[in-house]
Every structure is written in structure tokens, then in C-alpha cells.
Ligand binder design. Structure first.
Ligand SMILES: *[C@@H]1O[C@H](CO)[C@@H](O)[C@H](O)[C@H]1NC(C)=O
Ligand SMILES: *[C@@H]1O[C@H](CO)[C@@H](O)[C@H](O)[C@H]1NC(C)=O
Length: 277
């Protein structure tokens, strides 16, 4: 070994903080040095082995996932029920305050009987103006909204359906609900609509379980339109039925645009999915 390399190694042994190296450098004799050297090599091997363990554990990319499902009662939405048919026709026919509406209905019915052809002998509500069947129905609906708007509050209230005439059976999570659990409001197109769990009702319904056996169940009575009959009213859409609105508290249900159409003579199930973002 050249003397300069020996100097460097001795210098390293002087300054090294690694245990064992100074003992090797300054051993009394060769035997002690060899012993220290063996001990040092053995421990160095252990170090390399531990280093290997740490790196191999890192490269296995271990991960720990804690799955935590939280079930709890969810807020029930506000549910709105509207009859497509805004007024009770027997009242409209008999009471002079509703004469204009009755005239519109008679014109509409004669137009339907005439297969949506032109009305002869005066057309005060302009039902001849639109050309297609769909547009004529829309036109009649709009005329009805405008004529209803001319009625006083008392006249509207008198001819609109009452709770018991539309909602026959109601239960929420198996508990009966009555008129007291609903609020109502006047909708320009659908007349009186009934709301369950609305902001004004001071109730705050929550639901714990999913499925059709839970939540709100309602049986509605809706008169069907019969163009030849004379005791039923024009439905505001081309078929009789109801509209169901589902909203958050305080939201405008906007029934004409967003109401879900529900047919007569059918059971309709509406399910909601709670999404956690
Ligand atoms: C409407 O008037 C007819 C007779 O003009 C009568 O038979 C019927 O009971 C009346 N309906 C209502 C709801 O007043
Ligand atoms: C409806 O209201 C009544 C009286 O406030 C109450 O006793 C009943 O539990 C309510 N129904 C439901 C389904 O909560």
C-alpha cells in the first residue's frame, strides 16, 4: 500500500463517526484488527439487509384504506301534487261568474268533436288561429289561464278542487297523513296544488330507509276527460292526469316545466338517489 493512500485511510479513520472503523485502524495487533474487521463486516451486512428490507417495502407500495360508511336519516324533499284539470266543471257550468270559461270549454269541446277543425259562427277565443291539434290545445290552455286570472280569489277558490277531492289516501313511512300535513297554493295552469313537507308547513320530514315501502304514498282521484260527456273539465294537457313535483325546500316547483306527468289508472313510483359529493 502506498504511503499516501495509507495516510488518507488513517485520516478517514480519525474523522469517521462510523463505529468500529477507528478500532480497526488503531488495533493493538493484527488479531484484534482482524476481529474488529469481522465484526464490522458482519454489522455492515446487517445494515445492507435492513436497507434492502426498507426499499423492497417501499417498492411494494403498501396502502391502508379505511372504509367508513355513514348511514343516517336523509331530508325528504318537498313533493307537490297538481291535478292537470284546474277547475270543477259542474261549478263552471252552473255559476254565471265562470261564463267565459264555460264558453271557452264549449268551443273547445265542439272543436274536438269536429276533429280539431275550424269553429264556425264566431271564434271569440281565436281557436281557429293555430293550425295543428297540439297548438290548438296549447292555445286553449293559454286562454284558460288568462280567463282564470280574471276571476276573484273567492271565485277561484270556489271552483278549484279541494284536498279531499284530489288526495284520497296518503301515508308517509306507514303513518297516515291528512290535509293538516299539506299546504296548498294557486298555480296559474293547474289550479290548486298540494305540497307535502313544504317550507311553509313547519314540518321537516326525514327518511331512514329506501324502497317503495317507505317514503310518501298517495292515492289521487283524477276525473278523465270525455269529449262527449258534459260533467268533466278540459284537461290542460291533451290527457287527464296529474303532475308531481319534487324539489328542495324553498325551491320553485315550476310545475308546468318540471312537473313529472303521472297517468290515470296507473301506479307510478318515483325514486330518488342520494349522491354524496
Ligand atoms: C248544475 O245545474 C243543474 C241543472 O241546471 C243541476 O242539476 C246540478 O245539480 C247543478 N250542479 C251543481 C254543482 O250545482
Ligand atoms: C300529520 O299531522 C298530524 C298532526 O300534526 C300528525 O299527528 C301526523 O303524525 C302527521 N302525519 C305524518 C305522516 O307525519
Amino acid at each position: 500500500m502506498s504511503s499516501s493512500l495509507k495516510l488518507v485511510l488513517n485520516d478517514f479513520a480519525d474523522w469517521s463517526s462510523a463505529a468500529g472503523i477507528p478500532q480497526i485502524a488503531y488495533a493493538f495487533n493484527r488479531i484484534v484488527r482482524a476481529l474488529w474487521f469481522i465484526i464490522w463486516i458482519g454489522l455492515f451486512a446487517v445494515t445492507i439487509y435492513q436497507f434492502y428490507l426498507i426499499v423492497s417495502r417501499f417498492l411494494s407500495y403498501p396502502m391502508k384504506i379505511v372504509t367508513n360508511l355513514q348511514y343516517g336519516a336523509q331530508d325528504f324533499p318537498v313533493v307537490t301534487f297538481c291535478n292537470n284539470n284546474p277547475l270543477i266543471y259542474s261549478k263552471v257550468k252552473n255559476i254565471t261568474a265562470y261564463k267565459k270559461i264555460n264558453d271557452l270549454m264549449e268551443q273547445y269541446q265542439s272543436m274536438v268533436k269536429n276533429n280539431y277543425g275550424s269553429i264556425t259562427g264566431g271564434d271569440p277565443y281565436g281557436l281557429n288561429t293555430p293550425k295543428t291539434r297540439y297548438e290548438k290545445t296549447e292555445w286553449a290552455n293559454e286562454a284558460l289561464v288568462l280567463l282564470m286570472n280574471q276571476l276573484t280569489e273567492a271565485q277561484k277558490n270556489n271552483a278549484m278542487y279541494k284536498f279531499g277531492e284530489v288526495i284520497k289516501v296518503c301515508s308517509f313511512n306507514g303513518i297516515e297523513c291528512t290535509e293538516a300535513n299539506f299546504t296548498s297554493y294557486y298555480d296559474a295552469t293547474f289550479g290548486r296544488c298540494f305540497q307535502f313537507n313544504s317550507k311553509d308547513s313547519n314540518s321537516n320530514y326525514r327518511t331512514l330507509r329506501a324502497g317503495s315501502g317507505f317514503g310518501l304514498q298517495v292515492l289521487m282521484l283524477i276525473n278523465q276527460f270525455d269529449p262527449n260527456g258534459d260533467n268533466l273539465f278540459l284537461p290542460t294537457t291533451s290527457t287527464a292526469g296529474a303532475k308531481i313535483g319534487i324539489n328542495l325546500k324553498g325551491e320553485d316547483p315550476a310545475m308546468e316545466s318540471y312537473g313529472i306527468s303521472v297517468p290515470v289508472g296507473q301506479e307510478t313510483l318515483i325514486g330518488l338517489e342520494f349522491v354524496c359529493l
